[in-house]
Design a protein around this ligand. Sequence first.
Ligand code: XMP
Ligand code: MG
Length: 179
Amino acid sequence: MHQDIEEILVSEQEILEISKSMGAHISKDYAGKTPILVGLLKGCIPFMASLVKYIDIPAQMEFMAVSSYHGGISSSGDVKIKYDLETSVNGRDVVIVEDIVDTGATLSTITKLLLHRGAKSVKVATLLDKPAGRKVEFVPDYIGKTIPKKFVVGFGLDYEELYRNLPYVGVLKPSVYQK
Ligand code: XMP
Ligand code: MG
């Protein structure tokens, strides 16, 4: 385990199991359709790569980059689009792929935006859900694991752009950000 990690919350093996079962679930729910998977950069990358291996229906992969965090460990709540989709979602079934839902601000804003752009349906698939962090009412459609209100890193999740490459999700030692 990395020296800055206090505890592993979701192991590599558990992430694999989550990817398999969520991939099967999405494949079943969208059978006969061609959904657009919209990954929210950069946090979505490891999970989206893992999840798509277990989606066995035709699916498009597209990306957006949004920010509600400006470094540090708490969300500012206002969502900015830093990189927009290069394809139209008009008339399409969309599955947003995210690393974590915390305050709910990002996902509720982006869901509304894509519906406003004419998406036929918008669902959210997230590796982690931190319901105790909610400031905006929001319930993800596919949840890998529900976690307590702790700041976590790894498997896409960062602290000041580091730790995204860890193969598991862990709790960052407070001494790292209290310096
Ligand atoms: P909201 O609050 O809008 O936020 O639901 C979703 C985004 O907030 C970031 N986030 C975290 N990032 N560890 C992180 O590294 C965390 O514990 C955490 N909680 C929220 C993340 O970027 C996510 O996309
Ligand atoms: Mg993110």
